[in-house]
Design a protein around this ligand. Structure first.
Ligand code: URA
Length: 435
């Protein structure tokens, strides 16, 4: 078999056999197939797509390219969630402790942020002392003791995705349904959970720009999960505006703490309650989503969810004084308020602009080697549908960058708030549930 023939076959729009897909992935991971050929294949897939059988085989080949975790030493049904990425998405930090407080077991491997999207690992690491690199044994013990752990993916898990994702990032081949579905699902399946809840983000701040694309991606991932023996379900969530109010690492941790104490922004809380109740039903902890939602709300009200978060941070080496007294988090030197230049309703607020602006203020990385400023980011004061008067505070920027860098960013942030005199409704956070 020759890789060039497979590339041509896919370029011409033909289906690849299971054997051909496995030949590509194995050859690429073993170093026998070079980056440029894998890259050409990925581009052919971007244009020609893959059918569900091809995507399931690609996922399976990637999943078995490295270690596959065995979580059988963890008691109970293991639940996991994955978001396809967004701006202000601190859901895992809130949802993990919430479902753990209701009796589920969350054994989660998370990723880092890249470009305009944030990553849960970076957010967690903004808490002084927290480690996300823990041994398999410590991971299992922590999940058994506390009910939740959020850690980094071990280097040996799905090496195919690591190599392919790095190539995709620099060859314009990220936005492809077969490639995203296989990337996400190979990692979720390799990390060993029984139940998977996928949050497929939709809108300007996400990889899927419209609902039709997101729905297709969600159906494919749910189907792959089923074919490979897991209970996978998905929600489509709105990422045309950022989730919650805070964007940037320690700013988001502070918002997550407030949410776990019952003072979170409405969209974030609603996303956590809906996804959490689906996960608890999937794990059979509750017989219905209604009962699960009541339990989740009680876990927040009683402080049980916050207590789980404190225990998780402590178990992962973090200084819990920062969780108990969030004002201890270091503040950026420059704090720049942005005021409304008109009166009316916020019509749109582009998540991509806010994500890119936060990254440029120091809150994200443009390349994998960039060092993040944990205190940098943006806190919104208004969201779509809110009423504003000229001169009202729209957002606050936090940065340690000089004025010549933050001034143009402040203008971008101001201009992304579009204000109209006509009434605008608040946006729904969950657009659809796919199961
Ligand atoms: N998240 C992933 O893990 N992979 C993708 O391809 C896109 C989002």
């Amino acid at each position: 078999m020759r890789m060039v023939d497979l590339i041509i076959k896919k370029r011409q729009g033909h289906e690849l056999t299971d054997e051909e897909i496995r030949f590509w992935i194995k050859g690429y991971v073993d170093g026998e197939i070079p980056d440029y050929q894998s890259s050409a294949m990925q581009m052919a897939i971007v244009f020609q797509g893959m059918n569900n059988r091809e995507i399931a085989t690609l996922t399976d080949a990637m999943l078995h390219s490295g270690e596959v975790l065995n979580l059988s030493n963890i008691k109970g049904v293991k639940v996991d969630k994955h978001s396809t990425g967004g701006v202000g998405d601190k859901t895992s930090l809130v949802l993990g402790p919430m479902v753990a407080a209701c009796g589920a077991t969350l054994a989660k491997m998370s990723g880092r942020g890249l470009g305009h999207t944030g990553g849960t690992l970076d957010k967690l690491e903004s808490i002084p002392g927290v480690t996300i690199a823990i041994s398999g044994e410590r991971f299992v013990n922590q999940v058994n003791d506390i009910g939740c752990a959020i850690v980094g993916q071990t280097g040996s898990l799905v090496p195919a995705d690591k190599k392919m994702y790095a190539l995709r990032d620099v060859t314009g081949t990220v936005e492809s349904i077969p490639l995203i579905a296989s990337s996400v699902m190979s990692k979720k399946l390799a990390s060993g959970s029984d139940v998977i809840l996928l949050d497929v983000t939709v809108g300007e701040g996400a990889f899927m720009k419209n609902v039709a694309q997101a729905r297709q991606l969600a159906h494919i991932m749910v189907d792959i999960g089923r074919r490979l023996g897991r209970d996978a379900r998905a929600v489509l969530s709105n990422m045309s505006e950022p989730l919650g109010l805070a964007v940037g690492n320690s700013l988001e941790v502070k918002e997550a703490i407030a949410a776990l104490q019952g003072h979170g922004p409405e969209d974030l809380m609603e996303l956590c309650y809906i996804t959490g109740s689906i996960m608890l039903e999937q794990a059979k902890v509750f017989s219905s989503r209604e009962k699960a939602r009541i339990a989740l709300e009680d876990a927040v009200k009683s402080g049980a969810a916050f207590d789980k978060f404190v225990k998780m941070v402590k178990a992962q080496g973090g200084d819990i004084e920062y969780i108990l007294h969030p004002e201890k988090f270091e503040m950026a030197k420059e704090i720049i308020p942005i005021y409304a230049d008109a009166t009316g309703y916020i019509k749109s607020l582009d998540a991509l602009t806010i994500g890119v602006s936060s990254m440029k203020l120091g809150g994200g990385r443009e390349t994998l080697d960039d060092v993040i400023d944990m205190s940098a980011g943006i806190v919104l004061n208004k969201k779509v549908g809110d009423q504003v008067k000229e001169g009202d505070l729209l957002a606050t920027l936090y940065t340690n960058k000089p004025k010549d860098i933050y001034e143009p960013i402040a203008l971008d942030v101001l201009h992304t708030f579009q204000i109209t005199s006509e009434y605008v409704e608040h946006q729904k956070v969950i657009l659809e549930v796919i199961e």
